[in-house]
Design a binder for this molecule. Structure first.
Ligand SMILES: *Cc1c(COP(=O)(O)O)cnc(C)c1O
Length: 429
């Protein structure tokens, strides 16, 4: 595979962009090697600057759920751009978008648009704090909620330990209000709540985790969080930035049958443009400015080009529920194909799957939380990643990332992926 143009661009990029990339995972640090520079994409295929073609399992980390350069979305953006790209004043399209979101997620009474998942989560937490008058919150180790300070706290070893050790730049004052415990560990949540009675504003979780591979909630876990929050007056926030409009038209809330108090969206909601949103119960949402006094704002929030891209995609998803069945069937097909190939190779592995999210962990034991994901043979995953890339399959460049399937994938593409996996794993074991 010739990647000389990518290599040259990466060398050039490092002189003007930190690490040569505008978001760290793109740098391939986890898997090693150098990133590919992409020139274009269509349907399920990515094309790099050297003309190599790849089957894409990142889908821009989710938004390209119907494939790249979807004709309806491209046309809608082109048409809208002629009318100016931003006004800084309200538009009818923002109401259309909010109404569509409410239809798709019926427990959302009010929704505020922002420009990223980070903003959505940061604002939802501020709102939960403003609403409850409490400062602390619980997040789960290995869940990602964007890069706002309070979410960057890593879990300490014990559930009762305050997490003073933080990312440089995050103050201890901020970190002390972030309580963490292992995903799927309801007993640990109960203990944190008991030790911090009346002080916890929110519990935030990815309902199906996608930032430590794909990790499913065990039966009863989310239900347990729901009842603890009800009992203690804690705001339950589902971070549906990955799962929203992906696991079902109504997101994980619909797929799992559990309603949160606040929900955050990103990724799919923008159809590939920078969009996020947070919404939920009116009783809580009415505390946001200008209705209430919890401040939140954005110069480009509800931007018309971003709105038309997201709206056009959501319309497609809403009006054609068969998309979710098709995606789930394709993901199951890939799962079964990979399972067969990896079994034949005799390598220990675990495949986690939910809807159109899937991850392969080279692990001997079930992967139910971050510690399990971290204890897998991730060095083997890194080799597997490069072997797949050589064979034209572009997986997320980290063992801690979920794969995202898009509905432009054909069964021939899935067969090609499974064959690439067979050849890759046989070359490594
Ligand atoms: C990607 C992601 C975010 C952050 O969204 P950005 O748009 O990258 O700021 C937040 N939460 C989850 C679950 C995510 O996957």
């Amino acid at each position: 595979m010739n990647t000389i143009n990518s290599q040259q661009l990466f060398a050039r990029a490092q002189n003007s962009i930190p690490g040569g990339v505008n978001s760290p995972v793109r740098a391939f640090k986890s898997v090693g090697g150098e990133p590919l520079f992409i020139k274009s994409a269509k349907g399920t295929y990515l094309y790099d600057v050297d003309g190599n073609q790849y089957i894409d399992y990142i889908a821009s980390w989710g938004p390209m759920i119907l494939g790249h350069a979807h004709p309806a979305i491209v046309a809608a953006i082109q048409e809208k751009a002629l009318f100016s790209t931003s006004y800084g004043a309200p538009t009818a399209l923002e109401i259309d978008m909010a109404e569509l979101i409410k239809t798709m997620a019926p427990n959302v009474d009010l929704v505020r648009m922002v420009s990223s998942g980070t903003e959505a989560c940061m604002s939802a937490l501020r709102l939960a704090r403003g609403y409850t008058g409490r400062n602390k919150f619980i997040k789960f180790e290995g869940c990602y909620h964007g890069h706002a300070d309070p979410f960057l706290v890593k879990a300490g070893s014990g559930v009762a330990t305050f997490n003073i050790q933080t990312v440089p730049g995050v103050t201890a004052g901020v970190a002390n209000d972030t309580l963490t415990c292992a995903f799927n560990n309801l007993a640990a949540v109960e203990q944190l709540v008991m030790e911090n009675k009346g002080q916890i504003a929110a519990i935030i979780t990815e309902p199906v985790a996608g930032n430590m591979g794909c990790i499913l909630p065990e039966p009863g876990f989310l239900e347990g969080l729901r009842s603890i929050c009800n009992r203690e007056g804690i705001v339950l926030i589902f971070d549906e930035v990955m799962t929203g409009f992906r696991l079902a038209a109504g997101g994980a809330q619909a797929a799992l049958g559990i309603d949160a108090d606040l929900v955050t969206y990103g990724k799919v909601i923008g159809g590939g443009l920078p969009v996020g949103a947070f919404g939920g119960k009116k009783e809580i949402m009415q505390h946001i400015a200008p209705l209430g006094n919890v401040y939140q704002a954005g110069t480009l929030s509800g931007n018309p080009i971003a709105m038309i891209a997201g709206y056009t995609l959501l319309k497609q998803l809403h009006s054609n529920p068969a998309i979710y069945t098709e995606l789930a069937n394709k993901t199951l097909y890939l799962h079964e194909g990979l399972e067969k190939v990896l079994q034949e190779a005799g390598v220990p592995f675990v495949i986690n799957r939910f809807g159109s999210m899937l991850s392969v962990h080279f692990s001997q034991k079930p992967v139910t939380n971050f510690a399990d994901a971290a204890s897998a043979n991730n060095a083997l995953f890194n080799q597997f990643f490069h072997a797949m890339l050589q064979r034209g399959v572009y997986l997320p460049p980290s063992a801690y990332e979920s794969w995202f399937l898009n509905n432009a994938l054909s069964y021939a593409d899935l067969d090609a992926t499974i064959e690439a996996a067979r050849s890759s794993i046989n070359s490594l074991c």
